[in-house]
Design a protein around this ligand. Structure first.
Ligand SMILES: *Cc1c(COP(=O)(O)O)cnc(C)c1O
Length: 414
């Protein structure tokens, strides 16, 4: 496979091209092929942006019709029929069945655009400037999102200072030595704490990039209670954990909470097309018309595929299939933990969002390389890159899941 053009002309910044040194051409469901015809099971899925698999026919069919029909592709934030249909479907199949009521903001198409909009809105509606964010958080690569992210390597990018960010321990941080909800509640109530009341608390219910750290329902409920008590905007960054990844549409459904703002992106379009939304509790939708903007807010092809994805959630075969696949995946990972105690410390995550915390990054690197050689794409996460991130498409077939787990098992054996 000829990769000269990438090393000659593409910036040094390229990462996945180096760790998966193939040239990919076609893909379907949970399988992706390279130029030589070699197939790989995909447990990377565009870092959570392809939850519904590659080229899902239920999602692509309406998009192909849309493209063939001479329809609008880009519309800024003008009204289009495709956008109307998406909003209707999202409200009817996702929000209403869950008893949720939100206004929908369409920011730019990336996850970080959604987080930037959420943070700006929280600051505007509270008149406060600081934001509380957690250890090992990842919220994106633009300056506002970087500021609330935890990782040292990205934090130093562009010399971003952490003005206005209050860093607090996530659930279970420091080996569970610390109950951060009690701490947060206390410092917010103590005029001598030296910590001002923030505009918002922003969090991921599972910190994917941060090492698959998983918040409990109780902890999340406490954070929501604290936010309500102190008049703080509660933002859930559901960019990676949402859109079905945990087996439920929103990652926080299991905790029965109702955040003030929810950010969705990554798998929201169902197709890998870029699309983001910010869900806003109606009372805090204090934007003035045009106050926040973005050229690519009107990606109509993504509205069409997102609508097709949302409709799948009212199909019981689909939701039953998710539950079954989640159980199979969790069981397979439990078996790996039991079989390789020397290498694996614990299983992390929930539902179809899973990770294996290993005892050293060397193990993870080896597993990655051997898995790639044997036809499995899998990546690592965590501040020390010692967590194997296991993200099969949530629609993966039993056969593909089995093959992926088999390669992973062989890699651990090797
Ligand atoms: C990927 C991700 C982002 C950033 O999304 P981009 O589209 O890369 O800007 C933000 N938050 C979380 C939790 C993510 O996983």
């Amino acid at each position: 496979m000829n990769t000269d053009v990438f090393s000659l002309y593409e910036s040094n910044v390229r990462r996945y091209g180096r760790s998966f040194p193939a040239v990919f051409t076609r893909a379907l469901g949970g399988t992706i092929w390279d130029e030589t015809g070699k197939s790989y099971i995909d447990f990377l899925v565009g870092s959570g942006a392809l939850n519904y698999g590659h080229n899902n026919p239920r999602i692509l069919a309406p998009a192909i019709d849309y493209l063939n029909g001479g329809n609008i592709l880009l519309s800024l934030d003008m009204h289009t029929a495709a956008k109307r249909e998406f909003i209707e479907v999202f409200v009817d199949t996702i929000l209403k069945p869950r008893g949720l009521s939100y206004k929908i903001q369409f920011p730019g198409p990336t996850g970080t655009s959604a987080n930037e909009a959420a943070l700006a809105l929280a600051r505007k509606c509270t008149g406060r400037s600081s934001v509380m964010a957690f250890t090992n958080a990842f919220h994106g690569m633009s300056l506002g999102s970087l500021a609330v992210s935890g990782s040292a390597s990205t934090r130093e990018l562009g010399g971003v200072t952490r003005h206005d960010v209050i860093r607090v321990p996530y659930d279970g941080y420091a080996n569970g030595a610390f109950d951060s909800t009690k701490y947060i509640d206390y410092i917010l109530g103590d005029p001598g704490s030296g910590i001002e009341k923030p505009a918002a608390i922003i969090l991921e219910t599972i910190q994917a990039e941060g090492g698959m750290n998983t918040a409990s329902a109780l902890w999340l409920t406490e954070i929501q209670r604290i936010c309500r008590n102190h008049g703080i905007v509660f933002i859930v960054d559901d960019i990676q954990a949402g859109s079905g990844r945990t087996g439920e549409f929103f990652s926080f459904e299991f905790a029965k909470i109702e955040p003030d703002i929810v950010c969705l992106s990554k798998s929201l379009s169902g197709s890998g097309n870029p699309l983001s939304i910010v869900l806003i509790r109606p009372e805090i939708d204090v934007w003035k018309p045009g106050e926040h903007s973005g050229t690519f807010r009107g990606n109509n092809l993504a509205f069409v595929t997102a609508g097709a994805m949302c409709k799948m959630w009212s199909d019981k075969n689909f939701t039953d299939g998710l539950k079954r696949t989640a159980v199979n995946l969790q069981k397979a990972l439990d078996d790996l933990v039991a079989k390789f105690p020397k290498f694996i410390e614990e299983k992390r995550g929930r539902g179809l969002m899973a990770g294996l915390k290993c005892r050293s990054p060397t193990v993870v690197d080896r597993v990655h390389d051997v898995a790639f050689k044997n036809g499995l794409l899998i990546e690592s996460s965590g501040p020390n890159r010692d967590v194997i991130k296991v993200l099969p498409p949530i629609t993966i077939s039993d056969d593909e899941l089995h093959r992926g787990i088999t390669v992973l098992t062989q890699a651990l054996e090797e």
